[in-house]
Design a binder for this molecule. Sequence first.
Ligand code: NAD
Length: 362
Amino acid sequence: MSVDKSSVRSLSLEREEVAQLVETVFRAAGWSGEDATVAADCLIGSDRAGHASHGIGLIPMYVDTIKAGNLKPEWKAETVKDDGPFVVIQGNRALGQVTARDATLKGIETARTHGIALVSLINSHHVGRIGHYGEMVARQGFVGMFWVNVHGRKPTVVPFGAREPRFSTNPHCVAIPRAGADPFLLDFATAEMAVNKARVAHAKGEKVRHGTLLDHAGRPTDDPGVLWASPRGSIATFGLHKGSGLAIVCELMSAVLAGGPLVADQSEAGAILNNMTALVLDPRRMAVGEEPIEAATDRMVAWVKSAAAADGVAAVLTPGEPEQANRARLGTLVEIDPTTWGDICKAALRMGLSEADLPRPA
Ligand code: NAD
């Protein structure tokens, strides 16, 4: 591990040593080696994609949840409907990186057979970065669309026109394969800011764009601390009424479709829970033209990128490119802010690991 000189606040660690630590934490809590590897892959993948909000910085919160008895290794997901292209998986609040990986694999397998699959994973523990599952689908040559709600705790996001929260950061993701490039990947929270990004900003002592967050009285602010104050503040939806509408669509598609819990039904579970509906589609069953979808997507991406960049913008990017660029920049490393790293180390010690298990500065 070394301190990144370009930013005194950022630590760099080798991916492999971080993976070993994360896997050891999950194994110490009772998960199998395979499940621990799946969870570590997803969490570290999020950091490496540039989304620290859904990376290893979640471990202290997960450890709190485990210690409180609200996330247990013996809890497993089960398929409750497997009817041609329609699949419903009851998540039973099991470890979300595993339940969502399995639901995504089931979607790919089902779409191979039927051309299309609609898989609802309901009432899972937090599944992390949705783009991780979008990338799994697109790398197998399928198109993926995901709608996700967040429940298990009080709502954090204010609907358009309101001043008190009614739902949470409900992410949406679309992944489309490309020829010889990482997938087109649109993956975002329908809130102006994911709660965990506010957590990272708060940990770094940074302000956020004014109006992204609202204080407890519904007044716009730039202080991420309002989300940890009492009474608590809240987050605006992105894109005014349109983002607010999409947030509700995520709730409806992920919960109502298969009968999963709405945020209104279950907001005191002591854990962050997700429902996730995935539509997986085989583009080869749809196309009537000669050009494969991957090549046509490449052409569209090139067309968008050919637009002259606005003043102050180095290059026009398309969804998925910032994540690819971040992975390329990091090489074999993971970056983390020192406060969050300290919290992860404390959480690992609370799970019974010793100081010797913690990666050391070089
Ligand atoms: P974000 O605001 O960083 O937006 C990310 C998306 O925008 C990506 O598709 C990215 O490729 C694209 N993008 C970024 N900069 C771009 C540019 N200059 N030009 C073109 N495209 C660009 O993401 P977010 O809303 O903060 O969400 C972060 C992560 O949090 C996501 O991975 C999401 O799945 C995850 N999340 C998970 C949950 C959950 O409960 N599991 C809840 C909320 C968010």
